[in-house]
Ligand binder design. Structure first.
Ligand SMILES: Cc1ncc(COP(=O)(O)O)c(C=O)c1O
Length: 400
């Protein structure tokens, strides 16, 4: 009988080969691996791509344990490790394209993913077409004979549109196009990409897998079809991570599902409260129907997380600054996925450089929240006080 995913978060990657009889694998630091006989050296060389100690860049037992765990949880054939999520994205793409190729990139991708396409792929003669995140089966019209990759990120960065992943993977596979998904938001907990036809699932493990805002790490889990090519090409591009970081990734997995469920419950409480506030135009939380594509969230996801956005009715930079500057529990930071709450504001005009085909159709300031593991009463009180400061500045401006 196959075990449940919840149990896998505890058991995955804990083969005695790696743990040597204790609960967690030791941190095995190595550049040089030494062999005492020609036969041992030959064995390592032949099996170097298959979790056998060969040379530090190919990984040590700590890496092998983390890679096994990620593969068991996400469900592919193997997991490549990268020094950050951005490296996981760029190297996964580079592993499957050459000059003259074309890729399809979701318009709501993480900003450095867009920059990678526009500044690096373009220089290499690889063309990118951006598409609307909610295009669904319409993606067919954008596929060309030279299209190699369909890249998804669901929900999308900042504006949170949820994509119809199974429909899009079906169309892509009819045309032999490889599907990659930035799966950082689900962290592999609430969404199982390989059940929906994804070929490579990429994560900024920096976020929920690490979960404590103290390590940069990236992962890409590939299916049987893509694994050999992803592994070897990433290796040739020098991608590797320290065993200490791999260890922390593995440790994060043990509490990942539990943390995500709490983040999800907390974020829904805060999102529902925000819906009742008169200053708020709408809330872009994948579980709420005011978020584009929320029907796909309810169909395909079993759990959410702490990250969502809401849009104010107005735009007033001074009022937004008053809101942000006085927060007690929400800090401003360009990340998410740790145990702590975070807040960032985006003025609508900032989307002009972030989007080319799916400019969001709202006029107010967008605020992105990461809801941490604090008591939601404290978080709501903090946001309520922030909105009061926001209102005071708006009122002052009205009376000037
Ligand atoms: C959705 C998404 N993907 C990828 C990344 C990149 O991860 P890293 O910062 O580890 O390079 C981020 C970082 O914020 C992200 O939000």
């Amino acid at each position: 009988m196959s075990e449940s995913k919840t149990t896998k978060f505890v058991t995955a990657g804990r083969d005695k080969k790696w743990t040597k009889g204790v609960v967690n694998p030791p941190v095995q630091r190595a550049s040089t691996v030494v062999f005492n006989t020609v036969a041992e050296k030959q064995h390592a060389t032949i099996n170097r791509a298959n979790k056998t100690l060969f040379y530090g860049r190919r990984g040590t037992t700590t890496h092998f344990a983390f890679q096994d765990a990620m593969t068991e949880i996400e469900g592919g054939a193997g997991c490549a490790l990268y020094p950050c999520g951005t490296a996981a994205i760029s190297n996964s793409i580079l592993s499957f394209v050459e000059t003259g190729d074309h890729i399809l990139m979701v318009d709501t991708c993480y900003e450095p993913t867009r920059d990678f396409c526009d500044k690096i792929l373009k220089k290499m003669g690889i063309e990118t077409t951006y598409y609307d995140p909610v295009i669904g089966a319409g993606i067919r019209e954008l596929i060309r004979p030279n299209t190699k990759i369909l890249f998804l990120e669901s929900p999308g960065s900042i504006t949170m549109e949820v994509q119809d992943v199974p429909t899009m993977t079906r169309v892509a596979h009819e045309h032999d196009v490889i599907v990659m998904l930035d799966n950082t938001w689900s962290a592999g907990v609430g969404f199982s990409p390989f059940d929906f036809g994804v070929d490579i699932s990429i994560q900024a493990a920096t976020k929920y897998i690490i979960g404590h805002s103290d390590v940069m790490l990236g992962t890409a889990v590939a299916n049987e079809k893509c694994w050999d090519q992803l592994r070897e090409q990433s290796y040739l591009m020098g991608q590797c991570v320290s065993p200490d970081d791999a260890y922390l990734g593995l440790r994060g997995i043990r509490t990942l599902e539990l943390r995500l469920k709490q983040h999800a419950a907390n974020s829904l409480t805060v999102a529902n409260w925000l819906q009742s506030r008169p200053e708020v135009d709408h809330v872009r939380h994948p579980a709420l129907e005011t978020c584009p594509g929320s029907e796909y969230f309810h169909r395909d996801f079993s759990c959410g997380n702490g990250l969502f956005s809401f849009v104010l009715k107005t735009t007033c930079p001074q009022a937004t600054t008053a809101l942000l500057d006085g927060m007690k529990h929400f800090s401003m930071g360009y990340s998410w996925g740790g145990f702590e709450s975070l807040i960032l504001a985006n003025e609508p005009k900032s989307f002009h450089s972030l989007r080319t085909v799916a400019n969001p159709n709202f006029e107010g300031t967008l605020i992105r929240l990461h809801i941490g593991l604090e008591d939601t009463d404290d978080l709501i009180a903090d946001l309520a006080a922030g909105l009061e400061r926001y209102n005071s500045v708006l009122q002052e401006k009205l009376h000037v």
